[in-house]
Structure formats: structure tokens, C-alpha cells
Ligand binder design. Structure first.
Ligand code: TYD
Length: 213
């Protein structure tokens, strides 16, 4: 298949399996000779990775919500301009682990920042650069949190927030999916890894074939 710039994002709450699935899709596309890159947010460029350090480590409440929103937006602007857009212009497929919907879900639905304000900032950081396809990996909140706290690292600032906060994020993602039906596909992350990855691959191929046509 001819390569064209195509932007895919993976979204979901903690322990939803989205990073695992993003990597599985990436590996499969590499094996099938697609020209593809895998990147992530917060991060994905030199400056954005530095900002990530501030965002994901340390005390839960060390940042004012609006400062946090600006930091995600600053990281995203850099990542988009240094990594994502150049790859798309080069006709690559870009797979990104988290993007704009994470800000709506976490800072908006979870953090209670007014959605109009989130949209205003999102508009500055990405303009019209919306993904062509977004997978929203959905899993019950308590199962996801248990999975995610099993991983041993110190990037736990968000995991340490309350169950109520994570429930709001899950509900937020489901609402985002309803409001963006052509772009978003909700994936049942409680199924086994192979079933989930097969479903994702089918949806991806269907979408990119129609995009190419
Ligand atoms: P990530 O490294 O993807 O964590 P994980 O995949 O293990 O859940 O993201 C770090 C945290 O940043 C994650 O808890 C979600 C949060 N986040 C936001 O709150 N807003 C955003 O815009 C983004 C991109 C991430």
C-alpha cells in the first residue's frame, strides 16, 4: 500500500493497555513494510521530554491546574512541530501514545477545568492537527489502576489521585468518543491482548484504506 501521512492516537485511563497496544500496532506495521513512527505524550521531542519530567513525577498537588494545562500544551506544541508534523509531511504513519483527548479527559473531566478553556488552549497547541483515528482503550477503573500500580516506576503522580478522579476520566473518554464518532473507536481493554490487537488492526486497515481511496 502507498504510504501517506496518517495520524493515529491511543487514549485511555491508567492500565487500559493503550501503550501495549500502540507498540503492538507499531511492530505489526513495521513488519508489513509501512513507514511508521511511534511517539508519546507528554514527551516525544527533546523539550517535551524535559517538560514530562515536571509533569509525571513528584507530589500529586505540586502544580496549579492551569499551570499543568499550559505545560501539557507547551509540550504538545513542541512535539507536534518537531516530531509529528515533519513525519506526516514525509508521508509516514504516526502512532502517538496519548494526545489531545488526554487533556480533555484528565484536565477537563478529571480536573474540572472548564471545557471551553481547554478547547481554547487545545486550539493554540494543535490548530486543526487532529488525529485521523483515535483508539480509546476502555477498562473498569479499579482494574486499570491495579494493573498500572503493578508497574514499578516513579512516574506515579497521576496514578496516586483518587478513584473518583479516575472514574471521571473514564466517563470523560466515553463522552469524547460519543462526540467524535468518526474519529474515535472505543476498544474493550478487558479482553485478552491478542483479541484487542486484532480488533485494532482491522479498524486501522479499514480506516486507512478508506482514507487512501
Ligand atoms: P503516560 O506516560 O502515558 O502514562 P500511562 O500510559 O502509564 O498512563 O502519561 C503520564 C500521565 O500524564 C498520565 O497519567 C496521564 C497524564 N496526562 C494528562 O493528564 N494530560 C495530558 O494531556 C497528557 C498527554 C497526559
Amino acid at each position: 500500500m502507498k504510504n501517506i501521512g496518517f495520524f493515529v492516537t491511543f487514549e485511555g485511563g491508567e492500565g487500559s493497555g493503550k501503550s501495549t497496544q500502540a507498540k503492538i500496532l507499531y511492530d505489526r506495521l513495521v513488519r508489513n513494510n509501512f513507514d511508521v513512527i511511534l511517539t508519546r505524550e507528554p514527551g516525544g521531542s527533546i523539550i517535551a521530554e524535559l517538560i514530562r519530567e515536571i509533569l509525571v513525577k513528584g507530589d500529586v498537588s505540586k502544580l496549579e491546574p492551569i499551570s499543568e494545562l499550559f505545560l501539557f500544551a507547551a509540550a504538545r506544541y513542541d512535539h507536534l512541530n518537531k516530531t509529528v508534523n515533519p513525519a506526516l509531511e514525509d508521508n509516514k504513519i504516526v502512532i502517538c501514545d496519548r494526545f489531545i483527548d488526554s487533556t480533555s479527559a484528565y484536565q477537563g473531566y478529571g480536573g474540572n477545568i472548564n471545557q471551553a478553556r481547554i478547547d481554547e488552549i487545545n486550539n493554540i497547541s494543535i490548530g486543526n492537527s487532529y488525529p485521523n483515528l483515535t483508539f480509546i482503550c476502555d477498562v473498569e477503573t479499579d482494574i486499570g489502576l491495579k494493573r498500572s500500580l503493578r508497574e514499578t516506576n516513579n512516574e506515579t503522580r497521576f496514578e496516586k489521585k483518587t478513584l473518583d478522579y479516575h472514574n471521571k476520566i473514564r466517563d470523560g473518554y466515553l463522552e469524547i468518543a460519543l462526540n467524535n464518532k468518526t474519529r474515535c473507536s472505543v476498544i474493550d481493554g478487558s479482553k485478552n491482548i491478542d483479541q484487542v490487537s486484532e480488533e485494532i488492526y482491522k479498524i486501522f486497515i479499514d480506516k486507512i484504506e478508506n482514507y487512501n481511496a
